[in-house]
Every structure is written in C-alpha cells, then in structure tokens.
Design a protein around this ligand. Sequence first.
Ligand code: PLP
Length: 396
Amino acid sequence: MIKLAKNLSRLGDENAFAVLARAAELVAQGSDIINLGIGQPDFPTPPHIVEAAIKALKDGHHGYTPAAGISPLREAVAADIHRRLGVEVDPGHVVVMPGGKPTMFFAILMFAEKGAEIITPDPGFPIYRSVIDYSEARAVPLPIREENGFAFSADDLLELITPATRLIILNSPANPTGGVTPGDEIDKLVKGLEQWPDVAILSDEIYGQMTYDGLEHKSLLTYESLRERVILLDGWSKTYAMTGWRMGYGVWPARLVDHIRRLAVNCHSCVNAPAQYAGIAALEGPQDCVREMVSAFDERRAFVAAQLNKVEGIRCEVPKGAFYALPNITATGWDERSLASSLMEEGGVATIAGTDFGGHGAGFIRLSCANSLENIAAAIERIENFLGEHEPKLTH
Ligand SMILES: Cc1ncc(COP(=O)(O)O)c(C=O)c1O
C-alpha cells in the first residue's frame, strides 16, 4: 500500500471550481443554470493582447525564459506600478508567476513551519487557509465583519499578532466580500505594525483597480516603512480578463527575491513565453479596456445589491470593490450550504456558500457579478421565487 504524506490530507480546495464543474454537468443534462459562482470576468481578453501572444509565437519565442520573467515584462510591471501607485519599484524585485496563486503559495511556504502563526482574512480567498493548513503553521483567522462594511479592522488585526506571527495576509479590495479597507484604517494598521518589525505582510491586491463610489485603493506598497517586508501580489487575470493565460506577479523585498526565484526554478522553470509578451501588451497598451470592464462591474454590483435588498430575508452590503456580493441570508431561515446547493440543484442559480471562505462566512452566500445584467436580474428573480416556494433547510 502506498503511503502518502500526512499533510496532503490538510490541503483544502477552492469550491468555486467544483461549482463550475457541477453547473456545466447540469447544463449538459439540459438544466438551465445561471452561473454566479465563478470569479472570472465574462469578457474576452482584449484583442491587442491576444495579437501580442500570436506575434510572440510567430517571432519564435518558444523557449524557456529567465525564471523571474523576461526583462521587458518586469520593467513594464515596474512602470505600471509607478503610473498607478506613484511608487518606484526595482524591476529586479518583480517576479512573474503562472497566475496570482503561486505568489501566495510560495509566500506562505516561505514563512510557514511548526510553531509559526499566519493571520488570514475570514471570510477570505480559500487558498490562503488551505496552504497554511497544508504547511505546519497555524492559521489565525482575522474576522471580516459585515457591520464594518467588510473592511478589515486594524485593531482586530493588531490584537491577533503574537511573537509567533510570521506573516499577515491582507486582501483589499476583497474576495468574497467586495469590501475595501479605507486608507485611514490602513494607515492605522501600518503604524501598529511598527511595533512588530519581524512580521511580513502578503498584500493580495489582485482587485486593486476595481473600486467604486470614488473610493481609492490604498496599496501597502506605498508605505516606505514596510518596504522591506511587504510582498505585493497582483496579476493580469482579473484586470485584463486573462484568467486562463496564467499570468501574475509578486513584488518582493530585496532579501526575498532570490528565494522566490529559486522556488520558481524548482517548480515551473518560467512562465509560458508568449503569455509574457501578451502581459507586456496589456500593461503598455491602451487602458480603456480596463475602464470599460470596471465600469460594467460597477453598474452590476450596485444592481445586485439593490435587487437583493428587495428580497425578503436577504440583506446585502453594497460591494465597494472587486466583483462579488456577499449577501446575508440568515433571515431566510436557510443556512448557506443548503441554500447554495439547493439553488444550484433546484433553483437554477450557481452561487458559493460563505463557509467555503471560512467559518465567519456562515449565514452568507457569494454571488459573482461576472455575468450580464440581464442574467443577474434573472438569477435574483429565481432566488426570490425559490425562497418563496421552498421551506428553509438547515444542514448544520
Ligand atoms: C483574492 C484573490 N487572489 C488571487 C486570485 C488568483 O488569481 P489567479 O487566477 O491569477 O491565480 C484570486 C482568484 O480568484 C482571488 O480572488
């Protein structure tokens, strides 16, 4: 009998992919499902980006590249960060990855070991918790509260830090809540972190260009006092509708760059070469494609919240960023797992249970706005009808 390593049983999953597969299966069997489950833009990658990849292939870019990415791409990332955030970044500190996820995987493994604590948002992107659990470290959930508009609280976070804390994971604008933490709260956190100079921060800013109602995204990279210990995670998946290209990057403190480069060499050697050329075209080309997508998400997230708030038993914070809404469904009498699964199997709408993002997601379901306004309107009508026609079910 083969014997697997124990930690494999602690590796979690991202249920959004299972929901996607189940929705596709039901559709193949003839069901009509509106998919508000998966977090990927419903737009195609802009044509000039696709053309750049085709050109790269025709130009013969078929081989390995440096593990950290080709120089013009790392330079384009540094220039983009300067343009958007006003921060000077050494292109040598930019490490390109196959998507946003590997930066979090490697950053967590870099700090995780027995006895180490890692603070992670709850509800939060499930992979943070999964990788921490896979490692020997202990996950310390940072509650993200509805009453706080789903912003994280600097005080809540600072209280969780102990001498065992190695890494703090932050995500604003956030998945699954749509919360954006205001600049003054981040200022307060950064001030408090001065007391903990040995703690590193992984700031997942993959939705950084998606904020609404005039709210500004404040990047952790803009704080000079943190530059030696902040890892910025960003990428092309959401901003340029490039989820399938697998293109992301991290900006690393000087002393970590060689470690992450070695991890990359050991894992994947380098990122797909033509995709890297597409990445340059995305950053250096016209940005109106980004503005158009963000404005579509803006309209939809306002619509989703307004419509959901009309449904009896549902209360929905207006998302301030990203493209998700996390309505509170406790007053419907359903729990989030039963509701998400019954909506999929009987109600014709794919959503995700809040507890797929952590224990503090109990009583919530996540809806992705990556679908047309018409489909979103129809989905919410289906949810309302479903609730009106079915007795609440509780599985826990
Ligand atoms: C908060 C957050 N970080 C990272 C990612 C991963 O992005 P990628 O598909 O580029 O790996 C996602 C994707 O859903 C996300 O929501």
